[in-house]
Design a protein around this ligand. Structure first.
Ligand code: BGC
Length: 450
């Protein structure tokens, strides 16, 4: 077995999102976001938790940056809360909101950590939901472009890397389709497809807005949670089936972004529920990316199937398949190998970052002050090994952001699920690096896994 190492410039990072870690969502003149609004409706979130305080990174960011420095992180991926910058989503900017992110960025840079900024990680100004119907409307896409342009003009002297949006299906399908996320609606399929289309359009518009307003050369992509397809058996037929499946499952997002069109067969399958779109929309959606960020947690297995017009069949996960402490978090580390490879093979993508990977675990603070999160340690170690294999074979994986830097508000699950490599006591706000953080630190320091 050869050494499991990483290239010198491999970007080791950690990720969070504004509503999940900042707390104090209304501080300093910020407006109400859709998630704030949603969480304050009884029964929406497990135990009626909300992000009002959370880990309070809004006030404790300096301490958190010191922890990042101790970890040896090269980059921190965080998101900007739109309603802190434009309390009503558009019109008048709130300078105090911008000041917070400027302070955070400066603190990171002073400590040698690159800020990687996500422009939208699900917290939409509630005013845009009320006024336009949120992502149902093109007006929200337009407002997003304006907000992104403004933020870029304020931070691009120091920030070089941007994600436009995070996980389009989560803020559209889960928000407007099955209602488990904000705004909590259960609408018809055509409307939901339209929100997804607007999510893609928002990505394209934001890319153009960032490029047009950047004060120096920047790199832009998105953070996408396509299905992490794994060929059931790594024979030629399964691998070809995996390529077909990956492209097919991405029909409404990554495929049009790379091919400037929705696949014909996909449009036919949607019938009258297909989204409305113009030729110009498709050109905007296909605005070239500098990189693709992928949030990958769990596998989707496929095999070749000549009886299907799609050329593949999905193989359901069987009862007893290893699963972490989240109902959907089934494990197969080979996703970190296959996703960069398939992206390269299908569309020639040359820069891939794993922008989220990690797991929830039943973490407990022990009497000796430690959190022995052996499950997470096992999960991370094996994903790193598969990542190193991908790189050693020449697939274009350039960096890895663990989800998450610290325990945080896990959306509909509230604080019940802990994804951090740093433990947060929500009563005292004390941070304690878990054993997985010690492990990650060692991996970064040595740039290898032993
Ligand atoms: C999201 C994160 C979330 C994580 C774990 C991703 O879908 O981007 O915000 O906390 O998965 O569920």
């Amino acid at each position: 077995m050869t050494d499991i190492t990483f290239p010198k410039d491999f970007l080791w990072g950690a990720a969070t999102a504004s509503y999940q870690v900042e707390g104090y969502p209304l501080a300093d003149g910020a407006g109400i976001s859709n998630w704030h609004h949603f969480c304050h409706q009884p029964g929406r979130i497990s135990n009626d938790h909300n992000g009002d305080i959370g880990p309070a990174q809004y006030y404790l960011y300096k301490e958190d940056v010191q922890l990042m420095k101790w970890l040896g992180l090269k980059a921190y991926r965080f998101s900007i809360s739109w309603s802190r910058i434009f309390p009503d989503g558009e019109s008048k900017p709130n300078h105090k909101g911008m000041d917070y992110y400027n302070r955070l960025i400066d603190q990171l840079l002073t400590n040698g950590i690159h800020p990687w900024v996500t422009m939208f990680h699900w917290d939409l100004p509630q005013a845009l939901e009320d006024k336009y119907g949120g992502w149902r409307s093109r007006d929200t896409v337009k407002a997003f472009g304006d907000y992104v342009a403004y933020v870029t003009s304020k931070i691009s002297d120091r920030v070089g890397n941007y994600f436009t949006v995070n996980e389009i299906t989560c803020f559209t399908v889960l928000g407007y389709g099955n209602g488990i996320f904000a705004p909590g609606l259960k609408l018809d399929k055509k409307t939901v497809n339209q929100t997804v289309h607007h999510g893609c359009l928002a990505h394209g518009i934001a890319s153009q807005a960032i490029r047009a307003n950047a004060l120096r050369p920047v790199k832009i992509g998105l953070a996408e949670n396509m299905k992490a397809v794994v060929p059931l058996i790594a024979d030629d037929e399964s691998i070809e089936a995996a390529r077909k499946a990956f492209r097919w499952y991405s029909s409404s997002r990554l495929t049009p972004m790379h091919e400037a069109a929705y696949p014909e067969e996909w449009l036919e399958e949607q019938e009258f529920d297909a989204p409305d779109f113009t030729d110009d929309d498709m050109k905007i959606i296909a605005t070239p990316n500098d990189f693709i960020g992928i949030n990958i947690y769990n596998p989707t297995y496929v095999r070749a199937d000549t009886s299907s017009s799609k050329g593949f069949a999905e193989v359901p996960l069987q009862e007893g398949h290893p699963c972490m402490n989240m109902p959907w978090l089934y494990v197969d580390p080979s996703i970190t190998y296959w996703a960069p490879r398939l992206l390269n093979e299908i569309w020639g993508v040359n820069d891939v970052y794993i922008t989220e990977n990690g797991c929830a675990a039943l973490d407990r603070l022990e009497h000796d002050g430690k959190v022995y999160d052996t499950g997470r340690l096992m999960y991370l170690r094996n994903h790193f090994i598969a990542a190193s294999k991908a790189i050693s074979e020449g697939w274009p994986l350039k960096g890895y952001f663990v989800w998450s830097l610290m325990d945080n508000f896990e959306w509909a699950s509230g604080f019940d699920k802990r994804f951090g490599i740093i433990y947060v006591n929500y009563q005292t706000l004390k941070r304690t690096p878990k054993v997985s953080a010690e492990f990650y630190r060692k991996v970064i320091l040595d740039n290898r896994v032993l």
